[in-house]
Design a protein around this ligand. Structure first.
Ligand code: TYD
Length: 133
Protein backbone atom coordinates (compact mmCIF):
# COMPACT_ATOMS: atom_id res chain seq x y z
CA UNK A 1 0.00 0.00 0.00
CA UNK A 2 1.21 3.50 -0.62
CA UNK A 3 0.18 7.15 -0.74
CA UNK A 4 0.38 8.56 -4.26
CA UNK A 5 0.77 12.32 -4.68
CA UNK A 6 -1.55 13.30 -7.51
CA UNK A 7 -0.86 16.22 -9.86
CA UNK A 8 -2.07 19.57 -8.55
CA UNK A 9 -2.54 22.68 -10.64
CA UNK A 10 -2.78 25.62 -8.29
CA UNK A 11 -4.71 28.47 -9.75
CA UNK A 12 -6.25 31.69 -8.43
CA UNK A 13 -9.49 30.45 -9.94
CA UNK A 14 -9.33 27.25 -7.90
CA UNK A 15 -7.11 24.17 -7.94
CA UNK A 16 -7.30 21.18 -10.24
CA UNK A 17 -6.10 17.62 -9.73
CA UNK A 18 -6.57 14.54 -11.83
CA UNK A 19 -5.89 10.84 -11.86
CA UNK A 20 -5.04 8.46 -14.71
CA UNK A 21 -5.10 4.69 -14.63
CA UNK A 22 -1.70 2.99 -14.91
CA UNK A 23 0.11 6.35 -14.51
CA UNK A 24 -1.18 7.13 -10.99
CA UNK A 25 -3.51 4.23 -10.24
CA UNK A 26 -1.46 1.05 -10.69
CA UNK A 27 -4.29 -0.97 -12.30
CA UNK A 28 -6.98 -0.63 -14.96
CA UNK A 29 -10.10 0.88 -13.43
CA UNK A 30 -13.15 -1.34 -13.62
CA UNK A 31 -15.41 0.44 -11.15
CA UNK A 32 -15.81 3.77 -9.36
CA UNK A 33 -17.97 4.40 -6.31
CA UNK A 34 -18.18 7.01 -3.61
CA UNK A 35 -19.13 7.16 0.07
CA UNK A 36 -20.83 10.28 1.38
CA UNK A 37 -23.22 11.53 4.11
CA UNK A 38 -21.42 9.39 6.69
CA UNK A 39 -22.83 10.20 10.16
CA UNK A 40 -20.23 11.11 12.81
CA UNK A 41 -18.58 8.12 14.46
CA UNK A 42 -19.54 5.59 11.78
CA UNK A 43 -17.12 3.07 10.28
CA UNK A 44 -17.19 1.73 6.71
CA UNK A 45 -15.36 -1.18 5.17
CA UNK A 46 -14.29 -3.78 7.68
CA UNK A 47 -13.51 -6.52 5.18
CA UNK A 48 -10.82 -7.72 2.78
CA UNK A 49 -10.90 -8.31 -0.96
CA UNK A 50 -9.47 -11.47 -2.49
CA UNK A 51 -8.71 -9.94 -5.88
CA UNK A 52 -9.96 -6.36 -5.96
CA UNK A 53 -7.30 -3.66 -5.76
CA UNK A 54 -8.39 -0.22 -4.66
CA UNK A 55 -7.40 3.40 -4.94
CA UNK A 56 -9.00 5.85 -2.50
CA UNK A 57 -9.16 9.65 -2.65
CA UNK A 58 -10.71 12.01 -0.08
CA UNK A 59 -12.25 14.39 -2.62
CA UNK A 60 -13.60 16.48 0.21
CA UNK A 61 -13.01 16.52 3.97
CA UNK A 62 -10.96 13.87 5.71
CA UNK A 63 -11.08 10.31 7.00
CA UNK A 64 -8.72 7.55 8.09
CA UNK A 65 -8.13 4.27 6.28
CA UNK A 66 -6.80 1.45 8.47
CA UNK A 67 -5.02 -1.28 6.52
CA UNK A 68 -4.13 -4.56 8.22
CA UNK A 69 -2.02 -7.34 6.68
CA UNK A 70 -2.86 -9.77 9.49
CA UNK A 71 0.28 -8.86 11.42
CA UNK A 72 0.43 -5.09 11.40
CA UNK A 73 -2.09 -2.26 11.11
CA UNK A 74 -1.30 1.02 9.41
CA UNK A 75 -3.49 4.12 9.53
CA UNK A 76 -3.50 6.55 6.63
CA UNK A 77 -5.17 9.92 7.09
CA UNK A 78 -6.54 11.19 3.80
CA UNK A 79 -7.16 14.91 4.18
CA UNK A 80 -6.10 16.43 0.84
CA UNK A 81 -7.87 15.91 -2.47
CA UNK A 82 -4.48 15.37 -4.17
CA UNK A 83 -3.53 12.29 -2.11
CA UNK A 84 -4.47 8.84 -3.28
CA UNK A 85 -4.09 5.63 -1.28
CA UNK A 86 -3.36 2.45 -3.22
CA UNK A 87 -4.52 -0.71 -1.40
CA UNK A 88 -3.47 -4.04 -2.96
CA UNK A 89 -5.78 -7.05 -2.59
CA UNK A 90 -5.57 -9.42 0.37
CA UNK A 91 -5.59 -6.79 3.12
CA UNK A 92 -8.20 -6.07 5.79
CA UNK A 93 -9.28 -2.46 5.47
CA UNK A 94 -11.69 -0.16 7.22
CA UNK A 95 -12.45 3.55 7.14
CA UNK A 96 -13.33 5.77 10.08
CA UNK A 97 -13.06 9.30 11.53
CA UNK A 98 -15.07 10.76 8.66
CA UNK A 99 -15.32 14.54 8.91
CA UNK A 100 -18.63 16.27 8.26
CA UNK A 101 -19.40 16.38 4.52
CA UNK A 102 -16.43 14.21 3.61
CA UNK A 103 -16.52 12.46 0.27
CA UNK A 104 -14.55 9.26 -0.39
CA UNK A 105 -13.98 8.35 -4.02
CA UNK A 106 -12.91 4.73 -4.59
CA UNK A 107 -11.64 3.06 -7.73
CA UNK A 108 -11.64 -0.72 -8.01
CA UNK A 109 -9.89 -3.13 -10.36
CA UNK A 110 -12.77 -5.60 -10.76
CA UNK A 111 -16.58 -5.32 -11.06
CA UNK A 112 -18.61 -5.60 -7.86
CA UNK A 113 -19.05 -9.15 -6.64
CA UNK A 114 -19.72 -10.24 -3.09
CA UNK A 115 -17.71 -13.42 -3.71
CA UNK A 116 -14.58 -11.28 -3.63
CA UNK A 117 -15.30 -10.11 -0.06
CA UNK A 118 -13.87 -11.75 3.07
CA UNK A 119 -16.17 -10.48 5.78
CA UNK A 120 -14.99 -12.23 8.93
CA UNK A 121 -11.62 -11.39 10.42
CA UNK A 122 -10.77 -14.95 11.51
CA UNK A 123 -11.52 -16.18 7.99
CA UNK A 124 -9.20 -13.45 6.68
CA UNK A 125 -6.38 -14.58 8.99
CA UNK A 126 -6.92 -18.18 7.88
CA UNK A 127 -6.78 -17.33 4.17
CA UNK A 128 -3.71 -15.18 4.85
CA UNK A 129 -1.88 -17.93 6.73
CA UNK A 130 -2.57 -20.65 4.18
CA UNK A 131 -1.42 -18.43 1.32
CA UNK A 132 -4.82 -18.25 -0.40
CA UNK A 133 -4.61 -14.46 -0.49
P1 TYD B 1 -20.04 -2.48 1.14
O1 TYD B 1 -18.85 -2.70 0.25
O2 TYD B 1 -20.45 -3.62 2.00
O3 TYD B 1 -19.80 -1.19 2.03
P2 TYD B 1 -18.80 -0.97 3.26
O4 TYD B 1 -17.80 -2.06 3.19
O5 TYD B 1 -18.23 0.39 3.07
O6 TYD B 1 -19.61 -1.03 4.51
O7 TYD B 1 -21.26 -2.02 0.23
C1 TYD B 1 -22.48 -1.55 0.78
C2 TYD B 1 -23.62 -1.94 -0.15
O8 TYD B 1 -23.43 -1.36 -1.44
C3 TYD B 1 -23.72 -3.43 -0.33
O9 TYD B 1 -25.07 -3.81 -0.16
C4 TYD B 1 -23.33 -3.70 -1.76
C5 TYD B 1 -23.46 -2.36 -2.46
N1 TYD B 1 -22.38 -2.12 -3.44
C6 TYD B 1 -22.61 -2.33 -4.78
O10 TYD B 1 -23.72 -2.74 -5.19
N2 TYD B 1 -21.62 -2.07 -5.68
C7 TYD B 1 -20.39 -1.63 -5.28
O11 TYD B 1 -19.49 -1.40 -6.14
C8 TYD B 1 -20.15 -1.45 -3.88
C9 TYD B 1 -18.81 -1.00 -3.37
C10 TYD B 1 -21.17 -1.70 -2.99
Amino acid sequence: MKIVNLPKFEDERGNLSFVEQITHIPFEISRTYWIYDVPGGEERGGHAFRKNEEFVVALSGAFDVVVDDGKQKKTFTLNRSYYGLYIPCGLWRSMNNFSTNSLALEFGSIPYTRADYIEDYDGFLKEKSNGKI
